[in-house]
Design a protein around this ligand. Structure first.
Ligand code: SF4
Ligand code: SF4
Ligand code: FES
Length: 329
């Protein structure tokens, strides 16, 4: 099994492991950000370049460094490889450039965007972005499109990561949307706005790393930091039925799939669970969702009182009633 060293941490990994997967096995701040790679979607990755790293030693057999930064999600580990991510000023600088490119046409309308507070692009812009854009040309804009009755596409915010296309391809039973055209005129389209109506289409919302695909049943209902995420399940004949309920008091404001610490969906959920089951009695509540990311969602929300597993709501109610104290993000 090959050994790789990433930012000074050595790990032995199975053959075929990518640098990004090896970094995730190590964990912590050395893990590169990933806007298009998705571990459960085949052929994902290779589109966004946010995961770039420097390979300062190729392998034990051929120690020459790689001549330029490589996409860690698409580069396989070799025995003796040495990789730099956050310890390389060159990579940090190059990542800033990638973020600047991702933001070239992006509206950055976070104050009115439903994804704000759980958006990877927002995190990246905050961590690596420039305070001011250098782009002087007209930004490309699109009309908003309804993809079926429950999903809204804001193409202006799309970063063309292809995750939704791969979900439609691999998770639903009929793909009717994809990326049309190339380069500056590339866009996600449903080909004459065909409706995506199949049982698992709602999962495109969860994999979208930005606010390009949003849930019409939740749009503009609440800032994400003003709702409480709860793990819940139901006996569903179509999917695992394991979800996160986003609660506003006793009201189920949104249902989404559960995600891991890299914000990847653990079990795909069906549209019935996502869009139709909005009553508390539809669900067995397990307890507060543990949001592991350094997210505004997990700030000041609630504590778990032992042993009843009943969430004790506190700060959210306070936030809701005073309405602003941590809403600035
Ligand atoms: S997609 Fe993210 S970065 Fe873009 S406007 Fe929405 S929250 Fe802000
Ligand atoms: S709509 Fe979202 S998931 Fe689909 S390609 Fe654009 S950014 Fe990616
Ligand atoms: S996550 Fe590797 S290129 Fe996008």
């Amino acid at each position: 099994m090959p050994k790789v060293t990433i930012d000074g941490h050595q790990i032995e990994v199975p053959d075929g492991t990518t640098i990004l997967q090896a970094a995730r096995m190590i964990g912590g701040p050395i893990v590169p950000p990933a806007m298009c790679y998705y571990s459960t979607l085949k052929t994902s990755g290779g589109y966004c370049r946010t995961c770039i790293v420097k390979v300062s030693k190729g392998s034990e057999k051929d120690p020459r460094p790689m001549p330029k930064p490589v996409a860690s999600c698409r580069t396989t580990v070799m025995d003796g490889m040495e990789v730099q991510n956050i310890t390389s000023p060159e990579v940090v600088e190059a990542r800033k450039g990638v973020v600047e490119f991702l933001l070239l046409n992006h509206p950055l309308d976070c104050p009115i965007c439903d994804q704000a507070g759980e958006c990877h692009l927002q995190d990246l812009a905050y961590e690596h972005g420039m305070a001011k854009t250098r782009y002087e040309f007209e930004r490309r804009t699109f009309e908003k499109i309804d993809i079926g009755g429950k999903i809204k596409l804001h193409m202006t915010r799309c970063i063309l990561c292809y995750r939704c296309v791969k979900v439609a391809d691999q998770v639903t039973n009929s793909r009717v949307h994809g990326v049309m055209n190339r380069g500056d005129v590339a866009e996600i389209s449903t080909y004459i706005e065909n409706v995506i109506e199949n049982d698992f289409s709602g999962n495109v919302i969860d994999v979208c790393p930005v606010g390009a695909l949003t849930d019409k049943t939740f749009r503009f209902q609440s800032r994400i930091w003003n709702v409480n995420p709860m793990d819940a399940h139901r006996d569903c004949p179509k999917c695992a039925g394991k979800v996160t309920l986003w609660m506003k008091g006793d009201v189920v404001a949104r249902v989404s799939a559960r995600k891991d610490k890299y914000a990847e969906v653990i079990d795909w959920i069906c549209n019935e669970c996502r869009f139709e089951k909005k009553e508390l009695q539809d669900w067995v509540i397990e307890g507060p969702t543990n949001i592991e990311r350094h997210s505004v969602i997990s700030q000041n929300h609630y504590t778990l009182k032992e042993p009843s597993h009943k969430p004790v709501l506190n700060a959210v109610d306070a936030v809701d009633s005073s309405s602003t104290s941590n809403s600035g993000n």
